[in-house]
Design a binder for this molecule. Structure first.
Ligand code: GLY
Length: 580
């Protein structure tokens, strides 16, 4: 049983910390001898640690952290969204749970187009029609039932207490609650904005309605899909013109999918399979880069940023053309992660010149060619809006079980619709489909069909929960939010450790760069790259776009020498590693 006192004390401790500490990037990793949780929010990390100290394993802790994030990080933590959970058990077996949202049965390919075939502004982003059938509750409950040790009710207790007792809002949370779209939906305005009496930093945010919903789930998890919560959710949908029906909820299924596997310089990479593009794209990038001595080229040198960006460009081009829900489209995963295919791509990289994205020519590769002819119109993908508000957390327990979870409402606060008196936000994951298939975009290009909207289909994701092992031993647990930048953020962190010899905290801190094929430019964080490097990259023909910072790596490294756990949390978002 959780006692109220420690929780209240920890809430107060965090409040004191948030009042007194100016956050700065941690330079050193957080050390722990036995177990660790790293997430975007200290209270959520503590929820997982509390559960492990109470006898739970990493899966129990991951589920406790996931439910706690739905309370303390409503921008992305959720029970109204979806996610992916990658598990590596201490016995070496690996499992991947897909609890991505599904399109409702009534969804249609052109549902976000007007009579003239133009995309209706914000229709897939805001409001009831943007909402996909949520999978998070089913996924977390299934993981806990299958691999957890404790009772679900115990695992959910920290989240329920946080919702009931509340927690002090950080400066950033209080500011983000001002979101103008939250104001547009009555229940969201009431919950997050007290109908105009906005929360201030340090004020306690209580969510009694969410606490009731979580209590119901903890005693009867089926109620979310087949019982009283489902009925209430569907009533809300009807009020707002949403498409989700009781049948959609009742038919929601968690899918256990085969983990996508690769190798990189002697390390084994375990990644997220479709409908995530994350694992496939990450492995394709690493396969291309394996042919370069990145350490010799130098960490963040123009030469290493150039070849890495060229690898990003090529993998993201393949992502755009070939990836979607594998239950509906043929996704050529084995070909895309084939090292021979990567070698052929490598041949197309000029060490001195950027390859213009629109002139990129995919190397001949038998199965891909057939698929391209049968199914795909290459060079045809719209650059689509992919929001960056998701969240990732990593967990390792005393036995060496490891869990990497990335979960999302898609945009920050999802569709901005709160599910009435159920007290939780609903996703806008329908926006991760291509809204406008078959219609030329501003480049005169036409999208391929792999990620079209379809009833019961899961939209393509970039979420990249990743686990790395060496000689059969756990080494890294990685992940981040960031829309399409998730993939390159995870790649940057992984290369930071493996190629450049950084510890996990340094690798998380290191300045990020990204290329996603279109737009044809390298996105770079504005702090951390030298002017000389920037000049050299420009002279190779790269267009460079600077923004302050992005993503939020919340990662764990197992020190190969001592076995100690090293937490790398991201100061960009005040993330926190907690262990013991
Ligand atoms: N909605 C973000 C992602 O799934 O990649």
């Amino acid at each position: 049983m959780i006692t109220r006192k420690p929780l209240i004390l920890s809430v107060v401790a965090v409040w004191l910390a948030s009042c007194c500490v100016v956050f700065a990037a941690p330079f050193r990793p957080t050390h722990a001898g036995k177990a660790m949780v790293v997430s975007v929010n200290e209270l959520a990390s503590r929820a997982g640690v509390e559960i492990m100290k109470a006898g739970g394993n990493a899966i129990d802790a991951a589920v406790a952290t996931g439910f706690a994030l739905a309370v303390v990080h409503p921008q992305a933590g959720n029970i109204g969204g979806g996610g992916f959970m990658l598990i590596r058990l201490a016995d070496g077996s690996a499992h991947f749970l897909d609890y991505r949202e599904k399109a409702p049965a009534a969804a249609t390919r052109d549902m976000y187009l007007d009579a003239q075939g133009q995309v209706i502004k914000d229709a897939s982003l805001l409001g009831y029609k943007a909402i996909g059938v949520p999978g998070s509750v089913a996924g977390m409950v299934e993981a806990q039932r299958h691999w957890g040790r404790l009772k679900l009710a115990r695992v959910m207790q920290p989240a329920i207490q946080l919702a009931k007792l509340g927690f002090p809002l950080s400066y950033e949370d209080a500011k983000e609650f001002h979101d103008k779209h939250l104001t547009e939906y009555d229940d969201s305005r009431k919950l997050f904005q007290r109908n105009g009496n906005f929360y201030k930093q340090g004020e306690v945010f209580r969510q009694p309605e969410l606490a009731r919903t979580l209590e119901k789930i903890s005693s009867d998890p089926n109620s979310f899909y087949k019982g009283s919560i489902a009925r209430e959710l569907v009533n809300e949908m009807k009020k707002g013109g949403g498409l989700i029906t009781e049948k959609d909820l009742a038919e929601y299924e968690v899918k256990e999918r085969e983990v996508v596997r690769g190798t990189y310089r002697g390390y084994e990479i375990l990644g997220a399979p479709p409908p995530s593009s994350g694992g496939v794209a990450l492995i394709e990038i690493l396969n291309i880069l394996e042919g370069y001595d990145l350490a010799k080229l130098g960490n963040r040198s123009a030469a290493s940023i150039h070849v890495t960006s060229e690898a990003f460009r090529r993998a993201m081009y393949d992502r755009a053309d070939f990836m979607g829900d594998p239950d509906f489209s043929q996704v050529p995963t084995p070909q895309l992660i084939d090292k021979k295919y990567a070698a052929a791509w490598r041949e197309t990289i000029d060490p001195d010149r950027a390859s213009p994205s629109r002139q990129l020519k995919r190397p001949a590769f038998a199965a891909l060619d057939r698929l391209a002819l049968a199914n795909i119109n290459p060079l045809t993908q719209n650059p689509i809006h992919e929001p960056e508000n998701t969240t990732h957390y990593s967990v390792v327990d005393e036995q060496g079980n490891a869990v990497a979870v990335t979960t999302t409402l898609n945009d920050s606060f999802g569709s901005h619709v709160t599910a009435g008196s159920l007290g939780f936000l609903l996703n806008d994951e329908m926006d991760d489909f291509s809204s406008k298939p078959g219609v030329p975009n501003t480049y005169g290009l036409i999208q391929g069909p792999a990620n079209d909207i379809g009833p019961a289909k899961r939209p393509l994701s970039a979420m990249t929960p990743t686990i790395v092992t060496k000689d059969g031993k756990l080494f890294l647990v990685l992940g981040s939010p960031g829309g399409p930048r998730i993939i390159t953020t995870v790649a940057n962190i992984l290369m930071g450790v493996i190629d450049y010899g950084l510890n996990i905290q340094q690798a998380v801190n290191a300045p990020r760069f990204h290329h996603q094929w279109l737009p044809d430019s390298i996105a770079m964080e504005s702090v951390g790259f030298s002017p000389d490097t920037i000049k050299l990259l420009s002279s190779k023909g790269h267009k460079l776009d600077f923004s302050s910072y992005w993503s939020d790596g919340e990662c764990i490294e197992v020190d190969p020498k001592t076995g100690e756990l090293l937490g790398g949390s991201d100061a960009r978002n005040n993330g926190k590693a907690v262990g013991y």
